[in-house]
Design a protein around this ligand. Structure first.
Ligand code: PRP
Length: 188
């Protein structure tokens, strides 16, 4: 018999599948209303946002386009340098577009703040921000987030795109990662 999945290091479910579906549907309705008659360009930040953006785009009742960026927030593997580097830039232009930057989580807020600044110089008709999760009491410096899914307590979470060491992105809910409860695990 194979081992159960996920293993016990994936602990308490903080946001259920149904709560995710309901909230994403609400965000989709809000975006549909806010951008009625327009074609929003959703820009997802790889890789964490892929599950969220896949659901969000289908919750928008109207034309929508997507593009992706990949960034590296850390200069080395031990300490945040505070510098965000672009690893993959946009495929298309944003000039004149109604852009919505889509993140899975705002933690320190450095990534969102950097990308808003970067995209802000590219001549978009409008630039909005959206994050499925935001740490309680935090925000991206200098950025007001237009669409927020859930506020999150200070716990390490996985699922619905969020990973630990690239694992657990496929869980259909958001749960606390508790390696001490399991047999093994890393906090990479
Ligand atoms: C995570 C997340 C955001 C960023 C948020 O990405 O997807 O992009 O960190 O952190 P911040 O608010 O402190 O800047 P990560 O570097 O873990 O890569 P991933 O999306 O590929 O998992």
């Amino acid at each position: 018999m194979s081992d159960p999945y996920p293993p016990s290091e994936v602990g308490e479910i903080l946001v259920t599948t149904e709560e995710l579906q309901d909230r994403v549907a609400e965000l989709g309705r809000q975006i549909t209303s806010d951008l009625e008659g327009r074609t929003p360009l959703l820009i997802g930040v790889l890789k964490g946002s892929v599950v969220f953006i896949a659901d969000l785009m289908r919750a928008i009742a109207g034309p929508v386009e997507i593009d992706f960026m990949a960034v590296s927030s850390y200069g080395d593997d031990t300490e945040s340098s505070g510098v965000v580097k672009i690893v993959k830039d946009l495929d298309g232009a944003v000039a004149g577009r109604d852009v919505i930057l889509v993140e899975d989580i705002i933690d320190s807020g450095l990534t969102m703040a950097y990308l808003v600044d970067y995209l802000g110089g590219k001549g978009a008709a409008s630039l909005r921000t959206c994050s499925l999760l935001v740490r309680e009491g935090r925000t991206a410096p200098g950025v007001s987030v237009d669409y927020v899914g859930f506020e999150l307590p200070p716990a390490f979470v996985v699922g619905y795109g969020l990973d630990v060491g690239q694992r657990y992105r496929n869980l259909p809910y958001i749960a606390v990662y508790s390696p001490s409860e399991g047999s093994s695990g890393s906090t990479a």
